[in-house]
Ligand binder design. Sequence first.
Ligand SMILES: *[C@@H]1O[C@H](CO)[C@@H](O)[C@H](O)[C@H]1NC(C)=O
Ligand SMILES: *[C@@H]1O[C@H](CO)[C@@H](O)[C@H](O)[C@H]1NC(C)=O
Ligand SMILES: *[C@@H]1O[C@H](CO)[C@@H](O)[C@H](O)[C@H]1NC(C)=O
Ligand SMILES: *[C@@H]1O[C@H](CO)[C@@H](O)[C@H](O)[C@H]1NC(C)=O
Ligand SMILES: *[C@@H]1O[C@H](CO)[C@@H](O)[C@H](O)[C@H]1NC(C)=O
Ligand SMILES: *[C@@H]1O[C@H](CO)[C@@H](O)[C@H](O)[C@H]1NC(C)=O
Ligand SMILES: *[C@@H]1O[C@H](CO)[C@@H](O)[C@H](O)[C@H]1NC(C)=O
Ligand SMILES: *[C@@H]1O[C@H](CO)[C@@H](O)[C@H](O)[C@H]1NC(C)=O
Ligand SMILES: *[C@@H]1O[C@H](CO)[C@@H](O)[C@H](O)[C@H]1NC(C)=O
Length: 446
Amino acid sequence: MGKRNREPETPRFPVENKICYVLFICQMVAVLSAVSMVYLTVASYVPSLKAIDLGMDETPIMCTTLQAGAAVEDANWTTCGEWCLSKSSGGAAMQIWVQARNNGSTLRFENCTETSYRVCDIFPSIESLDSYYCRKDECKTLHGLFNCSEGICRNVTDWFQCKLDFFEPPRRCIRRIDCFHITGLHFCDNGLCFRANKSYDCEKLCPEIPSKNKNIIALMGDQNVLANCQKVVHIDSNETLWTSELQKLLMISCHIVNISPDKKTLEATDCVDAVLRPLSIFGDRTNFSDVTKIYRASTDLLPSSQSGYQIPLEHELVIFNRTKLHINIEACVNSLRDECREFFGIYGRDGSDYRSPARFPCLRSVIRSDFVVTRFSMTQTLLELILTTTVPMTLFVVSCTLMVICSKLVVVGNDNAHLTFAYLKKKEDAEIALAETDTVANHKII
Ligand SMILES: *[C@@H]1O[C@H](CO)[C@@H](O)[C@H](O)[C@H]1NC(C)=O
Ligand SMILES: *[C@@H]1O[C@H](CO)[C@@H](O)[C@H](O)[C@H]1NC(C)=O
Ligand SMILES: *[C@@H]1O[C@H](CO)[C@@H](O)[C@H](O)[C@H]1NC(C)=O
Ligand SMILES: *[C@@H]1O[C@H](CO)[C@@H](O)[C@H](O)[C@H]1NC(C)=O
Ligand SMILES: *[C@@H]1O[C@H](CO)[C@@H](O)[C@H](O)[C@H]1NC(C)=O
Ligand SMILES: *[C@@H]1O[C@H](CO)[C@@H](O)[C@H](O)[C@H]1NC(C)=O
Ligand SMILES: *[C@@H]1O[C@H](CO)[C@@H](O)[C@H](O)[C@H]1NC(C)=O
Ligand SMILES: *[C@@H]1O[C@H](CO)[C@@H](O)[C@H](O)[C@H]1NC(C)=O
Ligand SMILES: *[C@@H]1O[C@H](CO)[C@@H](O)[C@H](O)[C@H]1NC(C)=O
């Protein structure tokens, strides 16, 4: 008893070591899974059950951004918050309001020639433009249209055409002191700068759009596709809605236009507001503002087809005139990758910066009308719910069971100090008993 090898490599009580190890692991797993169950109640079960309750419709509808900005109106909601566990810290607490509507028509433009595609975007941000620092005497020779702020002037000549009214006497930026704090939109002529009245009216410049021999103009926000096609077919019903025999120009607003590699067929999704104009209304070349103006002013709708199908008008499709946009059901993300900023860059375009408003697919709840989301998947929600429920529960049950089993199997050894397995103790007891009987027998013989 108690006689063991004293070699340093082997533990003195290998059985006890194993038992301690198993107990330690079991307890750790039990505690961790219990903690994770509490955490997941907040982080996963409640949101998942809420998502299931909301009855999200998984077929996307279309949303158009109406207004985007920092949280002002009622600061108790935000479109996208970084980190879901703290409700208050929104980071960049932005709010996006959208209009939600049903999809427009999906169309195919057939046998097209002279297809051309044009993007009329403007600079990504005012900071990205060439700037001139009046403080450093760089404004002496300004020539063109400049948007200035506190003595920093940016050249917007190539981007806008403006109708300006001037009421103030001009400043001579040849003298540095005059233009130190120059602010506002200025028209400058070799250093002589006229400040425009605040209520100026600018259009973005996008000239030289080729409109010669075109009978289709599809507008997609800041992009245009122009082509000369033979017919337009409604994909769902296979009905011809327009042919070139009408001798009219078709103008239509769509979400995406896919141009086939040979440029002969165009496929357009979510098309609304189809109008007809005289064929040569734009002449050989036109510009973006004329296209937009003439399209908006048109009331001559494309007549319905033989069976009565008509490309819908946007306002007829409206589901919610004005509703909140949330990035997902929770209105927050946990990725900590600045995802919200990225999101606002794409979805926060509300038309106020001379860009066209964002138009994108979104999802709605069948029971709530006060918000729509951009991301939701029922399968993923259910999968997450099942995983987050079963994995910690299973671990908890398994580790607890193991501990109960251990408590049955483990006993204090014969030395009254160390743990051992019950069956080992029995074996040892049996050996001792045997040894004792042997000794007794030996004594008797002696
Ligand atoms: C509406 O359009 C979106 C995007 O183009 C599409 O994913 C969705 O399936 C369409 N919805 C219906 C009801 O056709
Ligand atoms: C947010 O505030 C508005 C009024 O300020 C209130 O009507 C609305 O119920 C609030 N929403 C939530 C979710 O608390
Ligand atoms: C389109 O072109 C194909 C062959 O190029 C022709 O078979 C077809 O009839 C044309 N469609 C129309 C509507 O003219
Ligand atoms: C501003 O841009 C216009 C057009 O590109 C150019 O003609 C003009 O010289 C520029 N002004 C300055 C001060 O660089
Ligand atoms: C000029 O700059 C201001 C502030 O940066 C901006 O609000 C305005 O839209 C700009 N105007 C033009 C014509 O670029
Ligand atoms: C700027 O124009 C608006 C209307 O276009 C006018 O009411 C206002 O008085 C003008 N500002 C100045 C300083 O004249
Ligand atoms: C667009 O073209 C029309 C007529 O050709 C012209 O009057 C207008 O100034 C142009 N606008 C822009 C922003 O280029
Ligand atoms: C539409 O017409 C084409 C041939 O013109 C045919 O191949 C296709 O099956 C039709 N689709 C439907 C939905 O009727
Ligand atoms: C949206 O607003 C328009 C005009 O304000 C109204 O006629 C229409 O009924 C509204 N639609 C919905 C769905 O609220």
